[in-house]
Design a protein around this ligand. Structure first.
Ligand SMILES: CC(C)(COP(=O)(O)OP(=O)(O)OC[C@H]1O[C@@H](n2cnc3c(N)ncnc32)[C@H](O)[C@@H]1OP(=O)(O)O)[C@@H](O)C(=O)NCCC(=O)NCCS
Length: 189
């Protein structure tokens, strides 16, 4: 039986498409989220039910919040190789929007997470009513910290989040450029 689902594409970068997850992505996403090495900074890797629930949760976020973690698809092959997106998180009593990312291990080190994270940052500031974006990262997760740095984020603080120490990386909404009087054409002309 095939399910009728249309592809909702959110973003494109030179090498990637970010699109909404569909239930049929469970096998491809399990190759990412069920891999013990990829998930070593998480309490446990996700089992198949956990991956299916994870997709449902993000589909709920698309409906309720207008965004979530999206599937990361390699344009050259059409393969789903990870996720990246924007999710709301309550951190220290503050309602924040986080850029999150996971990449299948055989694609690490090619700049794909950075490419997707930067696109999500720009999308977030263009489309969401937020003054800053964050990434929550375990201190020992050096590759993820590096992606945050390449996404122009700085450490704001360290928090205990869901029982584990996390660095909170953040970037503020860029200020709109103010035109100098000399740049303005006279209204009288
Ligand atoms: C974090 C993750 C998404 C990065 O994906 P990626 O596509 O390999 O990332 P990029 O290639 O864009 O950048 C990785 C950077 O980390 C660096 N890096 C890799 N291992 C490192 C290490 N042990 N110490 C320091 N830097 C490291 C790379 O050299 C690269 O930086 P560079 O471009 O300056 O050389 C991937 O490792 C992953 O899926 N990890 C597991 C899931 C996870 O932890 N997600 C984040 C949760 S907060």
């Amino acid at each position: 039986m095939s399910r009728l689902t249309s592809t909702v594409i959110i973003l494109e970068t030179p090498r990637l498409q970010l699109r909404e997850f569909v239930p049929d992505d469970v096998n491809a996403l399990a190759r990412v989220l069920s891999d013990p090495q990829t998930m070593r900074y998480y309490p446990t890797p996700y089992d198949r039910t956990g991956v299916a629930d994870w997709i449902s949760r993000n589909r709920w976020r698309y409906q309720e919040e207008g965004h979530g973690l999206w599937g990361m698809v390699l344009k050259s092959s059409g393969e789903l190789i990870g996720d990246c997106g924007l999710i709301r998180q309550m951190v220290d009593g503050v309602d924040e929007t986080e850029i999150g990312y996971h990449v299948r291990r055989d694609y690490w080190g090619q700049g794909l997470a950075t490419e997707a994270a930067r696109a999500c940052r720009d999308y977030g500031f263009a489309n969401l009513n937020v003054e800053r974006l964050i990434s929550l990262i375990r201190p020992e997760n050096l590759p993820s910290r590096r992606v945050a740095e390449k996404n122009d984020m700085k450490i704001i603080k360290e928090v205990t989040w869901r029982g584990l120490r996390h660095c909170v990386y953040g970037i503020e909404r860029p200020k709109a450029e103010v035109q100098q009087p000399s740049d303005l054409q006279s209204c009288k002309e």
